[in-house]
Design a protein around this ligand. Structure first.
Ligand SMILES: Nc1ncnc2c1ncn2[C@@H]1O[C@H](COP(=O)(O)OP(=O)(O)OP(=O)(O)O)[C@@H](O)[C@H]1O
Ligand SMILES: [Mg+2]
Length: 490
C-alpha cells in the first residue's frame, strides 16, 4: 500500500471513527473533519488523494463546496455518501463531479473497494469534467429508499452524465417510462426534446413512417411530408417504449440507423444525421423473443449498452409507505382529499403481491381517496379494495372452465387499467387488433412449441385450419424453426 491519504468529512463522529479505523487498517493515512469549512481547508491545502464526504454538514451542504473543490483540485476523486438516499442526491453528486455515490448505511468493504477504484482512476489521469447545472427543484421524480432503488439511483446518476444507449427492463408498472424521463431531464440533452414512441400502441404498418418520417407521396395516403420521431427528437432523447413489440422489418431499419448514425425518410433519398440519445424499454423477456425469432439479436446488443433493471414492487415492499404518502400528495394537488393511511392499512398493502407494481398501488390509493369518505384509512378498506381488484385467492379455479374464466377476468382488469391509464382520452385506435394480437401470439407460439413445431398437430390442438395457422404465423412473425420447446414434448 502506498500510504495515500484519505480525507473523511462527516459531522457524525461514529462514522468518522469507523471509517478511519477501516481505512488505516487497509494501510491509508486519514485526515478527517466535521464540517464544510474543514472540507474546503483540507482540499485547498492540497492534502489528500481521495475524499469521502457526507452531504448534510452543520455549516453547509457538501454540494455547495464541491464545485469549488472540483475547480481547485480537479484530480481529487470525491466519494459522496448520504443517508438522504434519493435519486436527486445521487444525481446531484454525479452532476457535481463526484466519483461515486454511496447510500448510508454503507458497507465498509464496498467503501474500501470504491476508495481503491478512485485512487486507481486518479493514477490513470483523473476525472472528466462533471456537467455543472443549475439547481433543479426538490420534487423527487422517483420514490423509494430501498436497497434495490438505491442501486437504481446510482446507475441512473452515472448514466445521466453520458450519452449511452440505455435499455430499461422491468415488469409492467415498475416505472420504466418514469426512469426514461429522469435520464432525459437530468441528462446532457435535457434542453432538447423528449420524444416517446410506443411500439405496442401504433399500428404495425405505421411504425416505420412514425420513426423515420415520410416524404409527400411516399405511399398512398402520404399527402404531406411527415417528420418522424428521429427528426423530432433531434438534440434530445428518443424513447422506444415496448421495443419487444417492434416489427422485424422496422428492427432491421432501426439497426441500420444505429450502425450508420443516419437515416432516410420513407420515400426520401437524402440521408439525415441521427442526433438522438436512445432509451428503449420493455416488460418482455427479450432473450425469449430472440429465441422465438421475433427480435433481432444484433439489435438487442446495440440497444443493451447499459441496462437498468427495475425491481418489481414485491421485492421492495419497504418502499410502500413512501409511495403511498407520495401518491396522496400528488392526488391532493389535483383536489382529491388528503387522507391518512393507518399503520395496519399500510401493513395490509405490504402483504399484497402487486402484479401491476407501482401503477397498481397508485391506482388503489387514488381509488381509496376518491371513493371513501373516512379521514383515516384502516385495514378493512384496503382489504376490500385489494379483494375487489385482484384474482380470488386460493389458487387457480378448478378445471379448464375455471382457468378460462380467470383469463377473461384478467382481461377485464387489464382493460380497466388500460382505459384509466389514458385518463380522459381514449386509447389509440386499433385496440381490437392490438389486443387480439397479444392473445394470438403467445397462444400460437405455445401450441407450436408444445407440438414440437408440427403445424398439423398445432392446428388440431388449436382447432383451426392449417392454412389459417400458416397465415397467422406469417402475420405474427412467428418463426417455427426458432421456437423453444415446451414441456419436453416434441
Ligand atoms: N419509483 C417511483 N416513484 C414514484 N412513482 C412511480 C415510481 N415508479 C412508478 N411510478 C408511477 O407508477 C406509474 C407507472 O409507471 P411507468 O408508466 O413509468 O411504468 P412502466 O414500467 O413504463 O409500465 P408499463 O410497462 O406498463 O408501460 C406511473 O404513474 C409512475 O409515475
Ligand atoms: Mg411504460
Amino acid at each position: 500500500m502506498a500510504g495515500e491519504t484519505v480525507l473523511v468529512i462527516d459531522d457524525d463522529a461514529a462514522v468518522r471513527t469507523v471509517l478511519t479505523r477501516a481505512l488505516m487498517q487497509a494501510g491509508y493515512r486519514v485526515r478527517s473533519g466535521a464540517n464544510a469549512a474543514t472540507m474546503w481547508e483540507l482540499a485547498a491545502s492540497d492534502e489528500g488523494d481521495v475524499m469521502i464526504t457526507d452531504v448534510v454538514l452543520p455549516d453547509a451542504e457538501a454540494f455547495e463546496v464541491l464545485p469549488r473543490i472540483r475547480r481547485r483540485r480537479p484530480e481529487l476523486p470525491i466519494i459522496v455518501m448520504s443517508a438522504r438516499n434519493t435519486v436527486m442526491t445521487a444525481i446531484r453528486a454525479a452532476e457535481r463531479g463526484a466519483f461515486e455515490y454511496l447510500p448510508k448505511p454503507f458497507d465498509l468493504s464496498e467503501m474500501l473497494e470504491v476508495v481503491r477504484r478512485a485512487l486507481e482512476h486518479k493514477k490513470r489521469g483523473g476525472l472528466q469534467e462533471g456537467a455543472a447545472t443549475e439547481e433543479g427543484d426538490e420534487r423527487l421524480p422517483l420514490i423509494g429508499r430501498s436497497r434495490a432503488m438505491q442501486e437504481i439511483y446510482r446507475i441512473i446518476a452515472r448514466l445521466t452524465q453520458t450519452d449511452l444507449t440505455v435499455m430499461i427492463l422491468g415488469e409492467s408498472g415498475t416505472g420504466k417510462e418514469l426512469v426514461a424521463r429522469v435520464l432525459h431531464d437530468y441528462g446532457k440533452r435535457r434542453k432538447g426534446p423528449f420524444v416517446a414512441i410506443n411500439m405496442a400502441a401504433i399500428p404495425r404498418e405505421l411504425i416505420e413512417s412514425e420513426l423515420f418520417g415520410h416524404e409527400k407521396g411516399a405511399f398512398t395516403g402520404a399527402v404531406a411530408r411527415h417528420a418522424g420521431c428521429f427528426e423530432r427528437a433531434r438534440g434530445g432523447t428518443l424513447f422506444l417504449d415496448e421495443i419487444g413489440d417492434m416489427p422485424l422489418e422496422a428492427q432491421t431499419r432501426l439497426l441500420r440507423v444505429l450502425q450508420e448514425g443516419e437515416f432516410t425518410t420513407i420515400g426520401g433519398t437524402r440521408p439525415i444525421k441521427a442526433d438522438v440519445r436512445i432509451i428503449a424499454a420493455t416488460h418482455r423477456d427479450l432473450r425469449q423473443l430472440i429465441a422465438a425469432g421475433q427480435f433481432r439479436e444484433d439489435l438487442f446488443y446495440r440497444l443493451n449498452v447499459a441496462t437498468v433493471r427495475l425491481p418489481p414492487l414485491r421485492e421492495r415492499l419497504e418502499d410502500i409507505p413512501d409511495l403511498v404518502a407520495h401518491f396522496v400528495e400528488e392526488a391532493a394537488k389535483e383536489g382529491l382529499p388528503r387522507k391518512v393511511f393507518l399503520p395496519e392499512a399500510i401493513e395490509r398493502l405490504k402483504r399484497h403481491r402487486w402484479p401491476g407494481n407501482v401503477r397498481e398501488l397508485e391506482n388503489i390509493v387514488r381509488r381509496i381517496l376518491a371513493i371513501h369518505a373516512e379521514e383515516e384509512i384502516g385495514p378493512e378498506i384496503v382489504d376490500a379494495e385489494l379483494e375487489e381488484f385482484t384474482p380470488a385467492s386460493g389458487g387457480l379455479p378448478e378445471g379448464e372452465e375455471g382457468e378460462l374464466s380467470q383469463l377473461s377476468a384478467f382481461m377485464e382488469r387489464w382493460l380497466q387499467a388500460h382505459f384509466s391509464n389514458h385518463g380522459d382520452e381514449l386509447p389509440p385506435q386499433g385496440l381490437y387488433h392490438r389486443v387480439l394480437r397479444e392473445v394470438e401470439r403467445p397462444l400460437i407460439a405455445a401450441a407450436l412449441a408444445a407440438t414440437g413445431g408440427n403445424q398439423v398437430k398445432a392446428a388440431q390442438l388449436l382447432g383451426i385450419n392449417r392454412n389459417t395457422l400458416r397465415t397467422h404465423m406469417k402475420n405474427l412473425e412467428i418463426d417455427v424453426m426458432r421456437l423453444p420447446r415446451m414441456n419436453g414434448k416434441a
